[in-house]
Design a protein around this ligand. Sequence first.
Ligand code: MGD
Ligand code: MGD
Ligand code: MO
Length: 573
Amino acid sequence: MEGLSTTLGSGAMTNSIAELHTMGPGDTIFAIGTNTTECHPIIGIAMIKAVKRGAKLIVVDPRATTLTQHADVWLRLQPGSDVALLNAIAHVILQNGWEATEYIAKHTENFSEFKKIAARYFPYKAAEITGVPATLIKDAAKIIGQSRNVAIYYTMGVTQHTSGVDNVMAVSNIAVLTGNIGRAKTGVNPLRGQNNVQGACDMGALPDVLPGYQKVQKTDVREKFAKAWGVEIPEEQGLTVPSVLDGIEKGEVKAVYIFGENPLRSDPDINHVKHCLEKVELLIVQDIFLTETAQIADVVLPGAAFAEKDGTFTSTERRVQRVRKAIEPPGQCKPDWQILSELIAAMGYPAAYSHPQEIFEEMRQLTPSYNGISYARLENESLQWPCPTNDHPGTPILHVGSSIRGKARFVPADFRLPAELPDKEYPMMLTTGRVVAHYHTGTMTRRCWGLRGVAPYEMVEIHPEDAAALAIEDGDQISVSSRRGEVLAVAKVTTRVSPGLVFMTFHYSESSGNMLTNTACDPTTQTPELKVCAVAVRKVKSPGVHLADTGFLQQNTAPEGVFHQPALSNAPH
Ligand SMILES: Nc1nc2c(c(=O)[nH]1)N[C@H]1C(S)=C(S)[C@@H](COP(=O)(O)OP(=O)(O)OC[C@H]3O[C@@H](n4cnc5c(=O)[nH]c(N)nc54)[C@H](O)[C@@H]3O)O[C@H]1N2
Ligand SMILES: Nc1nc2c(c(=O)[nH]1)N[C@H]1C(S)=C(S)[C@@H](COP(=O)(O)OP(=O)(O)OC[C@H]3O[C@@H](n4cnc5c(=O)[nH]c(N)nc54)[C@H](O)[C@@H]3O)O[C@H]1N2
Ligand SMILES: [Mo]
């Protein structure tokens, strides 16, 4: 299906957030690998409200979250076993004839192949792989198969695996099988993480595409851009992050220019990342703060923050919105577009832009899905792409009447094990993710004393049985180690995780989960398996944690422009 695979390539939601406000009896929300209330709270609250109005909720997550508390069915699977679970759900749907026969006949291809694979995934077999009782798999399949509308939402619990692409395909197979595409309150909806990650991908911040997902390997695409820019466009695809690091190791990558990322905390296996970034000949970092990555850079370029610049952001539902400068950037900071523009000029290309609007105008001429979006229109409204012409109203729902856009292709996949599983030496499984109070590597949120008060240090979730076996009590300082490194953190003894599983974030520099994570990647997207690795846990000392041990007090001197922080004697434990 040209249509659906284009959408998947863009990682965009097929549908719109506001549809959640209209869901109720007869509708189902299928949330898989997403801790929506902590990571997309506005959407998470809309989900819970829909459930209160009578919509059903199915949640697939190895950990208890706020969503699992509201779920009609919670499928508590072993991390990394989603393909087996989803294939078994498809198996039950097919066995009972709940598939959308007419939709499949009209709008899809490769159904017979898919049926063959699904037929092998008996619920009792999937139960052995996933740890989810077969009865619950059948319950979930029944709700999905019999609902009028099913809207699927997924995020990193699905993608951050060596089988990430298979997981995403298995998710969309369920939507296609049940005909839940191209209507309100349905769709395949990956919730994007940052305010403008959708926009960055739309603009070609990916290795293989130019703006608007136009493939760099297509001759006509390269010719179009070459003509507009007056330069030759290389035919070769760019590198993914893991291959940049490999390239440094091999001496093939000489310079790295990082902006808006802190890979020395956000990429797996920090020791390896550090080794590579220290080795590269030239490291340039452009950030709004002097991050760990910036501290080892040869050149630091100070960027301006969101409120200090003009431009547009494209949200997770493909909505392009105008952002307006509210305050002047401090000191020598400049908006990213201006730094890049000056750099291009210094390198001899006469592209002198004076305002982001000029860049937007140039971009939309070359990007069909943005062609009808202009600053003039954005003065009064926001628009969802594709918006091909000046009088086009934008597109809240993709693939309406999907036969026009080509057929949906079933892409069946078999379950594969994660790259690293617990063994004698590292007997527990670690999965990593987020808590509501902090954002990624904490460069911004750990500068807010209120948020630091809510979540001052890493709390490793560990099941009471495991804790008891290791003589660990809630609040003890523990060590978590993997084949790649070791960190100290505080134990949070809780049934949020199952026995054998521990959960950590990557928000805290002094105890970063990424000291431990595995660099094994999905073979297609090179997304690392941040959701599964093997670790060993041991007690370091008790009782309790002292804030000084966590680096919290040392870092507590307020940076310039930040409120001085009150004493934190009553910090939560
Ligand atoms: N507060 C806050 N909000 C954020 C962010 C932040 O750092 N802080 N980051 C933003 C960004 S960039 C992103 S990408 C999103 C991420 O948003 P989410 O993907 O929702 O966040 P995570 O905590 O990474 O993981 C989601 C869930 O996946 C589950 N999980 C782990 N392994 C598996 C598995 O094998 N299968 C399944 N089905 N589930 C699994 C975890 O238990 C967790 O509940 O959040 C965005 N929003
Ligand atoms: N273990 C583990 N690791 C993970 C994940 C996980 O679930 N587990 N999730 C992964 C995911 S989904 C993501 S998205 C990444 C996030 O990884 P990163 O993007 O590396 O993490 P951030 O801390 O958000 O870094 C963003 C940086 O941009 C800076 N910044 C903010 N605004 C601007 C601006 O306007 N201009 C410039 N130039 N800089 C700015 C901030 O100060 C910050 O240093 O982490 C990944 N790493
Ligand atoms: Mo993300």
